[in-house]
Write a protein that binds this ligand. Structure first.
Ligand code: IMP
Length: 431
């Protein structure tokens, strides 16, 4: 029995959902602790594709429960839609399989309107948010004027809270030059209806998790986004509005940090980023285009083309530090097949100096040039590989080099989108 946290070690989209899906076999409960439907997990099980934005990927495993923790911001319309779709496909037959924290903050229509209007007003300087209202919802949480899942369950209280908050939100939307035609009553009615649907899932999730731990169950914490998008530790202000690092698994779920046994970081075998902000190893050339095409690097949430580039070991070492990584999962190794000499950034050149640690200042990071090491490529497709020995020697050396550069043990390697295409070298639940 162990409790394991999985986090993104890069800029999000590392394939965490796939690793979580693979490891769920060893867990009883899968927990989301931050972010919202800005995340997107594409899962392929027996050739069938399912995209989930809020509900943990673990829901595709019968008999496992999934918890949306207090640290998540929840769009109730989206979760209700995901529930319906899952049920249509024959999943989530038992409602008790999904628990939603009563304390999770709710994304309201004005949050989405403010998110989109702000980005429009910023023009070229925009952050490139997903437009899902994530930032404005976290702002209201911290400003102590948020609406929580528990408020959706009481129609009168909900209407009162909507009436309290809406005028100021509308003022902001108007100031940003966007149409401000939201009305309190229809919003409260719609959200109370969602509340009615969610009632059977809503619970004191910290208590439910505590009881699960006491009963000897194993928890798997599923991070969203990635370390470099963390509001404290990422490339601020080009970040999301939550803490994406492993430490937040405790705060965002109400489970004490002493209950966490292992932290695993997920990283692609190369690097991608969506939205604005510095990204030292970005390739704006034919190679970058090829990575995008072969790796199908288009957002699961917004469909935006992702920025692509070589692997960044400086960023990975940083992720190892701020998350306390015990292990690494390397995904999409198959995408590098056919690249004659894949490169890895081992350091940066900055103001005539070579630096091995990620500069804290964004403007410094923007001026960094990667120092590359070229590694031998391989031409064999990896899709059929099911064990370490099945991988070509050059692919194995590539993975071993990432391990050496980060100082973190590689526990899993993924070579394709299907559930069967993850080679588990070491099970973090059995450590
Ligand atoms: P927000 O989370 O929508 O506020 O967006 C803030 C930044 O985080 C933008 O650069 C987004 O592209 C990025 N972002 C948010 N969620 C994800 C994700 O799941 N994967 C990758 N990038 C994300």
């Amino acid at each position: 029995m162990a409790n394991v946290v999985i986090v993104g070690a890069q800029w999000g989209d590392e394939g965490k959902g796939k690793i979580v899906d693979r490891l769920t076999e060893f867990a009883d409960v899968v927990v989301r602790f931050q972010g919202g439907n800005n995340a997107g997990h594409t899962l392929v099980v027996d050739g069938e594709k399912t995209v989930l934005h809020l509900i943990p990927a673990g829901i595709l495993h019968p008999g496992k429960s999934c918890v949306i923790g207090n640290g998540v911001v929840l769009d109730p319309g989206v979760i209700v839609m995901e529930i319906d779709r899952l049920k249509q496909k024959g999943f989530l037959a038992d409602d008790s399989q999904l628990v939603v924290s009563l304390d999770a903050h709710v994304i309201m229509p004005w949050h989405k309107a403010i998110d989109v209007a702000r980005e429009q007003a910023l023009g070229a300087g925009k952050l490139g948010t997903t437009g899902r209202g994530i930032g404005p919802t976290y702002e209201d949480k911290v400003a102590r004027r948020g609406i929580r899942v528990r408020d959706l369950l009481d129609g009168d209280r909900l209407l009162r809270k909507v009436r309290e908050r809406l005028p100021e939100a509308l003022e902001e939307i108007r100031r940003l030059g966007a149409p401000a035609d939201l009305q309190a009553e229809p919003i409260a009615e719609e959200y109370a209806r969602h509340g009615n649907r969610l009632k059977r899932h809503a619970a004191e999730s910290s208590l439910a998790l505590h009881r699960a731990i006491r009963a000897g169950k194993s928890l798997l914490f599923e991070g969203a986004q990635g370390t470099m998008l963390d509001v404290d530790h990422g490339t601020y202000p080009f970040v999301t509005s939550s803490n994406t690092v492993a430490g937040n698994a405790a705060t965002g779920s109400g489970v004490g940090p002493t209950e966490i046994d292992q932290v695993v970081g997920v990283s692609k075998a190369y690097c991608t980023r969506v939205g604005g902000g510095p990204y030292p190893t970005e390739l704006r050339d034919e190679t970058g285009e090829r990575l995008r095409r072969v790796g199908n690097e288009f957002g699961a949430t917004t469909g935006r083309p992702r920025r692509t580039g070589w692997f960044d070991a400086v960023a990975l070492r940083y992720a190892a530090r701020v998350n306390g990584l015990d292990g690494l999962a390397i995904t999409k190794l198959d995408v590098l097949t056919g690249f004659p000499q894949p490169k890895v950034a081992v350091a940066y050149r900055f103001d005539g100096r070579t630096v091995e640690e990620l500069p804290g200042d964004l403007e410094d990071l923007e001026r960094c040039e990667p120092v590359y090491e070229s590694l031998p490529g391989w031409s064999e497709p990896l899709a059929g590989a099911r064990s370490w020995e099945d991988l070509p020697v050059a692919a194995r050396s590539y993975v071993k080099r990432l391990e050496a550069l980060s100082g973190v043990k590689v526990m899993a390697v993924s070579v394709g989108a299907d559930r069967g295409e993850t080679i588990l070298l070491e099970n973090p639940f059995a450590r």
